[in-house]
Design a protein around this ligand. Structure first.
Ligand SMILES: [Cu+2]
Length: 116
């Protein structure tokens, strides 16, 4: 009885260890997070609010025929002027909500919500 209990305990520890190893290896490889796009079209960011996992790279693509910028509201990042078809990428490693806007057209706003 004692023997089968301890075997069960060893088995549980092994399962927990295996799960921990899987989690750690996933966390160490942010490239596994799906990379996503925000389309800039008709003076809007689409989608206006995007929720991603930490480690995700977001790429903005300008589909308008006039230039736009992607500027974090406190200047933490800022693209150059994006002409039609130009792209700008940013990788989000910290949990939080990032607000951004177009510095040419400040009424254009968007959010990236970064989750663990
Ligand atoms: Cu703009």
């Amino acid at each position: 009885m004692t023997n089968s209990l301890s075997q069960a305990a060893v088995s549980a520890v092994r399962t927990t260890l295996a799960a921990t190893i899987v989690l750690v290896s996933l966390a160490a490889r942010p490239a596994l997070a799906a990379d996503v796009q925000v389309k800039i079209a008709n003076f809007t960011f689409d989608p206006p609010t995007l929720t991603v996992k930490t480690g995700t790279t977001v790429t903005w693509v300008n589909a308008d025929d006039i230039p736009h910028l992607v500027s974090e509201k406190d200047g933490k990042f800022r693209s150059s002027a994006l002409d039609t078809g130009d792209k700008f990428s940013q990788t989000f490693t910290a949990v939080g909500t990032i607000e951004y806007f177009c510095a040419i057209h400040p009424h254009m706003t968007g959010k990236i919500v970064v989750e663990p």
